[in-house]
Design a binder for this molecule. Structure first.
Ligand code: TRP
Length: 433
């Protein structure tokens, strides 16, 4: 069995944790959820939630990892033997999330290629729906994306995970800044900025509040043990709270920049910001086809999306991988081969749920919709709820050990025991409707 790895430096940990947080959630999901929920007012609510309620479970998950120095199942088991099944829910969630997250990764690869040869496409909506419903090509791309994420994970913490993040994250930041500058220079760009930053208070409602909360939890990668596992590779860190702030601040900055990159372009071309999941795959390619150097800009955008998706994908695989390695005493390569097989077996029928297996419905949802619903609405918040209750009520973690400031430590204790669990229960109940 491989020896338990540790981070080579604090920088490596922070970049990798940011890499996990910044993903499709920021660049694909955030702009369209914001578009569907009223723009600026959603952003305001989101920022308040992410700095208050979401700060607590994020710190908690990393801290439990650091405290136990074990992967998920071992961590829960070391707290109490009977908690083992709850711990196991984390890697299971990871495997299920990866099965649908990686499909979008496959689409991105297609759009990188297509950026150079989009001349024949007339109707981008039509193109997108016919591409995702093809039987073979999207499956191959999904497998390729799974392979990439698993490949970096198999190479280990230092040579795979850290290295990939140290390459992809700066690249992502550079491309993002480049695209933001281009977008801000489009005619009527200020309309997009107004949409993002001028709140319309009449749009404030409970549905939007829950959408913001769900988005915040997802984007911070809370709830499937990815961060617990990353936390378990920390040996000494007296500044965990600072790291958490850095992760939150960076993640939010990336999401806002993604908005600044997308909305001015959308408004500049007279399109609507509320087109949902198709915003990035239909609306944007349409815009790219109408601007000078569109091919280049389009490929830069999809490479950006790819970097974000791979670094998050790696974190999704690392949780289950660490569990297999440490529970079954097998090598990383063996664990990753097993994971590649399991994830592919779930992902292929899920990819086909846009075409061949369209008719296969679970609770009236296609396989893709069902996995998204099951993981994002139920399993992620449930795992977080369990961990907060375990830390707050069973372990009775005292915030003062982690947070120096007395007042903040008290707020942390209170939030961990009451506010976060209540918010999570609301989220789960609302998600079930
Ligand atoms: N946070 C990532 C995103 O925004 C997705 C992600 C990676 C994730 N790891 C996770 C979500 C763990 C929940 C749990 O795209």
């Amino acid at each position: 069995m491989d020896k338990r790895p540790v981070w080579t430096s604090k920088y490596a940990f922070i970049v990798t944790a940011i890499g996990s947080a910044v993903g499709l959630g920021n660049i694909w999901r955030f702009p369209y959820v914001m578009g569907q929920n009223g723009g600026a007012i959603f952003l305001a609510v989101y920022i308040i939630l992410i700095c208050t309620i979401c700060f607590i479970p994020l710190l908690n998950e990393l801290y439990v990892g650091k405290l136990t120095q074990k992967e998920c199942v071992g961590a829960y088991e070391s707290i109490n033997k009977n908690l083992k099944p709850l711990g196991a829910l984390n890697p299971v969630t990871g495997i299920l999330i990866s099965a649908f997250y990686f499909i979008v990764g496959g689409w991105i690869i297609n759009y990188i290629f297509k950026s150079f040869s989009s001349a024949g496409i007339k109707d981008y909506g039509q193109y997108f729906s016919s591409f995702i419903s093809e039987p073979v090509y999207p499956c191959i791309l999904t497998l390729l994306f799974i392979f990439l994420c698993v490949f970096f994970t198999a190479r280990g913490l230092k040579n795979g995970i850290e290295k990939a993040n140290k390459i992809f994250m700066p690249m992502l930041a550079l491309i993002l800044v480049f695209l933001v500058i281009i977008s801000l220079n489009l005619p009527d760009a200020q309309k997009g900025l107004e949409y993002m930053f001028k709140p319309d208070f009449s749009k404030l409602n409970s549905h939007m509040l829950l959408a913001a909360l769900g988005q915040a939890f997802f984007t911070l990668s809370i709830g499937m043990g990815a961060l617990l596992t990353y936390g378990s590779y920390i040996k000494e860190d007296k500044t965990l709270v600072k790291s958490v702030y850095t992760i939150i601040l960076s993640d939010t900055t990336f999401a806002i920049l993604a908005g600044i990159m997308i909305f001015p372009a959308v408004f500049s071309f007279g399109m609507l910001p509320d087109s949902g999941a198709g915003l990035v795959f239909v609306t944007l390619p349409k815009i790219f086809s109408q601007i000078p150097f569109g091919n280049l800009i389009s490929s830069a955008f999809f490479i950006l999306l790819f970097c974000a998706a791979v670094t998050s994908g790696i974190s999704i695989v690392e949780g289950p991988c660490a569990t297999l390695v440490e529970r079954f005493k097998i090598s990383r390569v063996k664990a990753c081969t097993i994971l590649f097989t399991i994830i592919s077996l779930i992902a292929i029928p899920t990819t086909l749920s846009f075409g061949l297996l369209n008719g296969l419905k679970i609770f009236d949802k296609t396989l893709f919709e069902f996995l998204d619903f099951l993981t994002s609405n139920i399993m992620l918040p449930l795992n977080t709820l369990f961990l907060c209750i375990i830390s707050g009520w069973y372990l009775k973690i005292n915030g003062q050990i982690i947070i120096k400031n007395k007042m903040s430590a008290k707020l942390f204790n209170f939030g961990l025991k009451y506010i976060v669990p209540i918010a999570l229960i609301c989220l789960i109940v609302a998600g079930l409707k």
